[in-house]
Ligand binder design. Structure first.
Ligand code: SAH
Length: 294
């Protein structure tokens, strides 16, 4: 397994899986979290694993093969969680986990341009049926639209300069690869912002990925559905990887707490301990929040 699950012991602590309970892993990926949940929910607890990326479903099928009879896998979006649960007659639901974003596996092996450290086509889709790609955004969206995406989804302060440069360059030639895009971004930035601990294209890449996969909209739509389908006493655990996601989760949990639908279990977001921080890069930005349904 290439992908190391983040905050694994914290997920188990807040999800608190017990013998014969049922769980949904909304982002099953390579099954990292699912394995440890299944370990605790035997002998009869079921796990419904969902992933938008069909290759991740195959990866999960392999890594969860020891638990075959207790696992249902669905290649779908967690936005459809309610329909999936109804169709599979999956209940009661004792806990739900969402481990947002993308996995190391997708960065390393998908060849879909998720990383600025590789020269790949500008794709960035989790779902290969999706008709929108990063290449289409870069070459076909208006300058204003691109600027808005970089500002709202990347919190990129040079959004205007980058959008202008993209639109200028694409008139000479379509921008088709991550390498070409990085060079355009580099040229748009004042020289002293081209260096630094964090790569200068990080925010733009995040923004494109969010737009391609409607990540924030999906999260906003799925959270209420997750609460709705949980049994009383069931838990929802969400791990986010940037402030935009975390803000959505935090505000949603507060709102539901004020409606007396849930109790928040994490007053402050839970982050990785120093041991994990030093061994798993992806854990650096991870924030976990959890609620229990009343
Ligand atoms: N917890 C997993 C890793 C999850 S990485 C593990 O331990 O192995 C995030 C996963 O969410 C990726 O596999 C990605 O394809 C998937 N994903 C992203 N958006 C999704 C959506 N809307 N619905 C379902 N899965 C999604």
């Amino acid at each position: 397994m290439i992908h190391k699950p983040v905050l694994q012991k914290e997920v188990l602590h807040y999800l608190n899986p017990k013998s014969n309970e049922n769980f949904i892993d909304c982002t099953v990926g390579e099954g990292g979290h699912s394995i440890s949940i299944l370990d605790k929910s035997g002998p009869n607890g079921m796990l419904l694993g969902i992933d938008l990326d069909s290759r991740q479903i195959e990866n999960a099928r392999n890594s969860l093969s020891d638990f075959e009879e207790r696992v249902i896998l669905q290649n779908d979006s967690y936005v459809n969680i309610k329909d999936i649960v109804a169709r599979e007659n999956f209940r009661p639901i004792n806990g739900i986990i969402m481990d947002l974003g993308y996995s190391s596996q997708q960065i390393e092996q998908s060849k879909r341009g998720f990383s600025f450290s590789r020269d790949e086509i500008l794709d960035m889709r989790y779902d290969m049926q999706n008709t929108l790609t990063a290449e289409k955004i870069i070459n076909e969206y208006s300058e204003n639209e691109i600027g808005r995406i970089l500002r709202d989804y990347g919190e990129e302060k040079f959004f205007r300069q980058i959008a202008r440069r993209i639109v200028g360059e694409r008139q000479k030639k379509r921008i088709e690869s991550t390498k070409e895009l990085i060079e355009v971004i580099r040229m748009a930035l004042p020289p002293k912002f081209r260096k630094g601990r964090i790569h200068f294209a990080t925010k733009s890449f995040q923004a494109l990925r969010i737009e391609v996969n409607s990540e924030l909209d999906n999260l906003k739509k799925a959270l209420p559905k997750a609460i709705e389908i949980l049994s009383s006493g069931g838990r929802l655990v969400v791990i986010s990887f940037h402030s935009l996601e975390d803000r959505i989760v935090k505000i949603f949990f507060k709102e539901k707490e004020s409606e007396h639908l849930v109790k928040i279990l994490t007053k402050k977001p839970i982050t990785a301990d120093s041991k994990e921080l030093s061994s798993n890069l992806r854990s650096r930005s991870a924030k976990l929040r959890a609620v229990i349904k009343i």
